[in-house]
Design a protein around this ligand. Structure first.
Ligand code: CP
Length: 319
């Protein structure tokens, strides 16, 4: 089966998921991002790699970090950025997603950055563009339902490599609402491809799908055991908006068992880093003392997200 993310030369043409991305492409994105971190550190504000290109941000779901950092990244690459206001667009009048895409293509779009509540929506757009022969228009998945959030996965890999250098010796715990988390899926696929020593899934049975033990992860339902001697802890938000029915007894009980407090964090290695994709729920999955503490790299993740998104967009445009 062909990989819808790659062109006939095996180069990245859409970024839809970290699943199925070859290791060399992951590393190429991280290495390219490192050059952009250097550029932004040297205060060179703009580089012309996307000059004359139009990037359309299509966010059918709320976002603070992803939408804004994509916009900053595209502007730093000198692209024209169009943020479609979905609530005021014709989708609110019943226009289909693909009719909206056709109309934006007629406005000479070069790239679509898409967040959608429906898993698979960015794939639908990529397939449609292929059918229409529009091979030079690229799609970047900015989060689709429970399925994937590949640029979050990549910026998480960048953050881990920045603080820990090599992936191979690491024990990484992904903690919390894995069932509903597209970030967890993107992180897990990337971490497996990059070859960490041990990958753990930690959470209550109701929020831990059985697929994760099949993916070669060690599954823990006890937080202290799951964190023991970890190098990296990836906390996940409780995704209330994606839960159907009562999967948890109460939020306070959840925090008591699975919330990352300073006492629980002490089970990990003393130099372990604490990550979270945001938005954080203080006192639900993470205590303020940990979120604001020395081991948290949550705001570094956001900053690295700009360079990683610059890397993804420039690689796609170059291919
Ligand atoms: N991490 C993340 O996707 O955050 P936003 O929902 O604010 O974009």
């Amino acid at each position: 089966m062909t990989n819808p993310q790659l062109n006939v030369h095996g180069e990245l043409t859409h970024l839809l998921a970290t699943e199925g991305l070859p290791r060399e492409i992951l590393i190429h994105i991280l290495d390219t991002a490192a050059t952009f971190v250097g550029i932004t550190d040297r205060e060179v504000k703009k580089i012309p790699l996307l000059r004359g290109k139009s990037v359309f941000n299509l966010f059918f779901e709320n976002s603070t970090r992803t939408r804004t950092t994509f916009e900053i990244a595209a502007k730093r690459l000198s692209a024209d950025v169009i943020n479609l206001d979905i609530t005021r667009s014709s989708t609110a009048k019943g226009e289909t997603l693909l009719d909206t895409i056709d109309n934006l293509c007629s406005m000479h779009a070069d790239m679509f950055v898409v967040r959608h509540a429906m898993s698979g929506a960015p794939y639908l757009i990529a397939e449609h563009l292929k059918r229409m022969g529009k091979h030079d228009i690229h799609v970047v998945n900015a989060g689709d339902g429970r399925h994937a959030h590949p640029t979050q996965g990549l910026l998480d890999m960048y953050t881990i490599r920045h603080f820990k250098k090599d992936f191979e010796p690491l024990t990484v715990a992904v903690v919390g609402d894995i069932l509903h988390s597209r970030v967890a899926r993107s992180d897990i696929h990337a971490l497996k491809t990059l070859g960490v020593a041990e990958l753990r899934a930690v959470g209550p049975k109701t929020l831990l799908p059985s697929e994760f033990s099949h993916l070669g992860m060690r599954v823990f339902h006890n937080l202290e055991e799951g964190l023991k001697d970890c190098d990296v802890i990836i906390m996940l938000r409780l995704q209330n908006e994606r839960m159907n029915g009562a999967l948890l007894p109460s939020v306070s009980e959840y925090f008591g068992h699975y919330g990352l407090s300073p006492e629980k964090l002490a089970y990990a290695k003393p130099d372990a880093i604490v990550m979270h994709p945001g938005p954080i729920n203080r006192g639900v999955e993470i205590a303020s003392e940990v979120a604001d503490g020395q081991q948290a790299v949550i705001l570094d993740q956001v900053t690295f997200g700009i360079a990683v998104r610059m890397a993804v967009m420039s690689i796609l445009a170059g291919n």
